[in-house]
Design a protein around this ligand. Sequence first.
Ligand code: UD1
Length: 426
Amino acid sequence: MDYLEIVGCQKLSGSVKISGAKNSALPIIAATILSDKDVTLTNLPNVVDIRTLLKLLTMLGGEIKHHDTSAIINNNTIISTKAVYEIVSQMRASILVLGPLLTRFGECEVSLPGGCAIGQRPIDLHLKALEAMGANIEIKGGYVKAEAKDGLKGAKIIFDKITVGGTENIIMAAALAHGTTTILNAAKEPEIVQLCEMIASAGVKIEGIGTNELIIEGTCGKPLEFKPVEIIPDRIEAGTYLCAGAITNSSITLEKVNYQHIRSSIDKLESMGCNFDIKDNSITIYPTKNIKPVNLITTEYPGFPTDMQAQFMAVAVMAEGESLIEERLFENRFMHVSELNRLGADIWLKGSTAAIKGVDKLYGADVMATDLRASSALVLAALVAEGTTKVRRIYHLDRGYDDLEGKLSKLGANIVRKKELLFKKS
Ligand code: UD1
């Protein structure tokens, strides 16, 4: 198993190129199931989750040519519609194949993803919406078995709660359905907008893109022909590098970034005293000596993203004063707190709120990554900790950050990936 060894207190400087968004690439890869022709994707991030979903498509019979940041996917050759536990258990987002497989083939079996470190994460809203579209759904042996022999039918879906994955699954299902689907209380994250634009550019009429109400005219089962798709920049990776600039009091320029997508993070960093130079495709954060405390609540886009909560907590640890962070989306997304406290942070938890008292110094220690974004928060804290920090279990990090240690090294961080030594029992 790999770990990261970081010697803290180095000033960073220079520029970093932001990779394509994992959370956009995943539904877009799933959407290729809606087509029986080649689909070309570019600007894919080089992360494990993308390889996992491509592997799942290959297991279903899809033909994939994947090289570096691009892929050509052809799903005309799909022979199986069963997404097995071995893959789905590695990555919850595999559930995104449910809507496209069902709408294109009239049946599928997808393993239930189960809970994960940050919360229960049920898929009841995905299933309820597909049932409203005429699917027969049965849960048996840990699998969702779904059937719609004559195809899915357009329906009016009102999500009880805003769900990103649920909205994506229903958009894809609706694209080949018979008739019109209206989705109310839809998520409107930039990743959803890109998925809608991809499907709309294949000729499907979609109204309300970028709003909470989507109206989609299905093709009555006719597969789509997609234009090449370039994945949008990763707003969470971008926000993480802004936090790296803020916490280390450094100047960092992000290249290939979309300012509109990270406005909530920039606003919060501005309230903490950070200054920026914002250009068309690049953003520079300038050194900030005295970080002010912050109050934030995670919520749906365009509000403050839960995926940036842990990184902002790391920055708040070094602020002058007390910050409050409330997590409203996931019930167990504070596991980084005890690890940050191991580095010398002073954080108290009460329910879904964390109170963070700023400290003058952190000290390197051994810490354990607990989920994807928690891992990057530990790396950020380690960048300013005195001495050496070892961040273990970084397989979480590899799921979603493209070459984090390479990009941070180029900025001047002292960070190396090492292998755990395994001691054999004699
Ligand atoms: C996606 C993102 C993830 C991000 C999250 C919230 C991807 C691959 N992942 O996850 O990085 O943190 O959005 O922005 O894009 N819920 C239900 N029932 C359902 C579905 C969801 O109760 O059927 C709940 C969840 O438990 C959670 C909330 O709704 O409390 C939001 O979850 P959702 O938006 O669905 O998150 P994901 O799509 O899983």
